[in-house]
Structure formats: C-alpha cells, structure tokens
Design a binder for this molecule. Structure first.
Ligand SMILES: [Zn+2]
Length: 350
C-alpha cells in the first residue's frame, strides 16, 4: 500500500532537498521556494474551508520522544497552519556530543507542508555550557540554508511554572544579552537575514542592553517571545504598551510573539498573574489591544508548546484562539499568519 508519507517522500522531498558536497557528512539544502509553495497551499486550503489558520512561530520538543504523526494529526484537527518546532538538546544528547539536532530535516521529510525548519532551542546545557560549539553548529545550518529561523535562545529565563512544580530550579538562566553570546547571535542574524527568538524576562535593568544591541545591529531580526509576560511586576516599571510602541517605532526589525498564559495563569514563584495583557474579566486590556491593532505586522501567533506539554495542544490552541478572537478580523489574520509570512519570506502572503 502506498502511504501518504511514502507519497510525500517520493514526490515532495526528493526535489526539496539537494545534496551539498564538501560539508563532511553531506549537508542538505532545503529549497525554501518549494516549501513556500506547499505552505501557501496548506494555509489557503484552511482559509477556503472557512477556518482561520495560524503559524505557530515558537514551539519546541524533545526530538527523541516525539510522536510526529500524532502531532501532524492534531495540527489538522485544529487547523493549525504551520509550526516552527525546534528541538531542545537534552542533557543526554548533550553528553553524547550533540550540538545540532537535525529534527527539522526529519519533519520536512514526513510533512513538508507544515513545519518550518528551525535551529535548536538555546537553553541549558547547550547555550550555557558549550555556547561556541552550539552556535557554530547553528551557524553552519543557517549558512547552508537548512533553517529559516533560530531559537528560542534563553538569555534571561526564570524557572518555568512546570519546573517550579517539579522543583527543578536550575533553569534560572542569565546570559548577558550584550556579552559575547549575544553579539554572536545578533551578528549571525544580521549577516544571514535569518530571524531569531529570544526568551528575555522583563526587568528594568535588562532593557538598556536590549536597546543597545538593537541599535548596534539594526538589520538583526529579533522576535522577543511572550509579549507582556512579566513574572515580577516590581522589577518591571518601564515595560508598558507605550514603551513597547516606542521600541517598535525605533527598531523596525523587532517583533513580539503572543505566547502568554490565559488571564488566570499565575507564576508560582511570585504568585502574580504574569500575562499582563488581560483585564480581570478575561478581555484584552484596551491599551494592549490598541498596540497590536496599531502595528499588527509586528506581532506573531505562537503556542509555545514544549517537550513536556505537546499532548496539551488542544488546550493551547483553544487559549490562543480565544486571544485571536478578540482582535478585529483584519488584525486577526495579520497576527495569525500574515506577519510570520512576511518575516520569513520578505513578502506579503499571496
Ligand atoms: Zn520562552
């Protein structure tokens, strides 16, 4: 029997991937223009059915423990258009010397119509214990056109709510954004034109280094993940919709993704409702809504699924759609897929 996967392998993947000699183990060049055609077809098919597709610009997983077919089915069930699913290099892989996880290649081999090839998550131990080797590997993939996107790089990251629950408090990361690692990442984006995602908690003291880096690397395309996710309000007096608006005006290559909790979500270490876009009644606060409506091309859909929560995709989808639903229709379509499309391909969605 010819399975769907075999059909795709025969007809799609062969022309998509070209062997590139001279890179040790043969490296593959993904033909982005062909992917773009498949992506557009998928998004348009969902739109034609009267549904809203979105591009999840930021999710991650453990590649050694991924049920790909089940994820692909969930994407169909929920009309999720595309997903940038990065592999986090786990401790076990890291110990074995893995510095680049080739998950994207596997994703495209099976489902080239829905996964955006992305580098690996920059988190401990890869980015904290072997930053140079890790970034060498990401850079090689970027330069040989194996990926369209980099990240998410964790420069400042408090333990996640789930890690607090598991008492795993070691993921309290602080890599100076204006230190050597930061310079390397910003410079790589500037040279290759490839956008990257940062996880950068909102703290007053961290804003000046970010502004300095954005000034120094005006061509770097930066996605600051988790709009208005503030874990400790007392540390973040400057971050307001007005402040974000000034950043957007000063830095044309700065984007924000909209992966944040719902209105009831509480950050356990501060006991605060950390998704600050919400009013008490669960509606978007007018000032955040106005900001998004004023510059919708700078905001991106994102689910922020992770290796420990891929099975919760229905719940994450539902919450994200509840957010999108509160946007005016034109803004909704822009944030859902048009913004990511323009960022990735440098042109309007066809
Ligand atoms: Zn993050």
């Amino acid at each position: 029997m010819i399975t769907r996967r075999r059909l795709l392998k025969t007809f799609c993947v062969l022309p998509l991937v070209v062997c590139l000699p001279g890179f040790g183990k043969a490296a593959n060049i993904v033909e982005f223009s062909k992917l773009k055609g498949l992506y557009a077809q998928r998004l348009k098919k969902i739109l034609a059915a009267g549904e809203l597709p979105y591009i999840d610009i930021e999710s991650s997983c453990n590649s050694t423990n991924l049920d790909l077919d089940s994820l692909a089915k969930s994407m169909d069930r929920h009309n999720i258009g595309l997903m940038a699913l990065s592999a986090d290099i786990g401790k076990g892989q890291f110990k074995k010397g893995v510095r680049f996880d080739r998950l994207s290649e596997q994703l495209l081999a099976s489902y080239p119509d829905r996964f955006i090839p992305v580098g690996n998550g920059g988190q401990p131990p890869a980015l904290t214990e072997a930053a140079d080797e890790f970034l060498d590997a990401q850079e090689a993939a970027a330069r040989t056109k194996q990926i369209m996107l980099l990240g998410e790089f964790e420069f400042r990251h408090y333990p996640s709510p789930r890690q607090v629950k598991r008492n795993e408090l070691e993921r309290d990361v602080h890599i100076p954004l204006d230190g050597p690692t930061g310079h390397r990442v910003f410079s790589l984006s500037e040279k290759t034109g490839i956008p990257f995602q940062i996880h950068y908690e909102v703290e007053d003291d961290l804003l000046a280094p970010l502004e300095n880096m954005l000034t120094q690397y005006p061509q770097a395309k930066v996605i600051w993940c988790h709009l208005a996710q503030i874990r400790y309000l007392e540390r973040a007096s400057r971050y307001t919709p007005t402040y974000v608006d000034t950043l957007l005006k000063r830095f044309p290559n700065l984007y924000f993704d909209t992966a944040f909790g719902d209105s009831g979500s509480i950050y356990p270490l501060s006991n605060q409702r950390h998704a600050r876009v919400w009013a008490n009644d669960g509606s978007l606060k007018a000032e955040w809504l106005d900001l998004i409506v004023a510059s919708p091309q700078r905001f991106l859909s994102a689910l922020d699924l992770g290796g420990d929560r891929l099975y919760r995709i229905s719940e994450y989808d539902e919450k994200h759609r509840a957010f999108l639903q509160q946007l005016p229709p034109e803004t909704r379509h822009q944030v859902a897929y048009r913004s990511a499309w323009s960022l990735l391909f440098g042109e309007e969605f066809p």
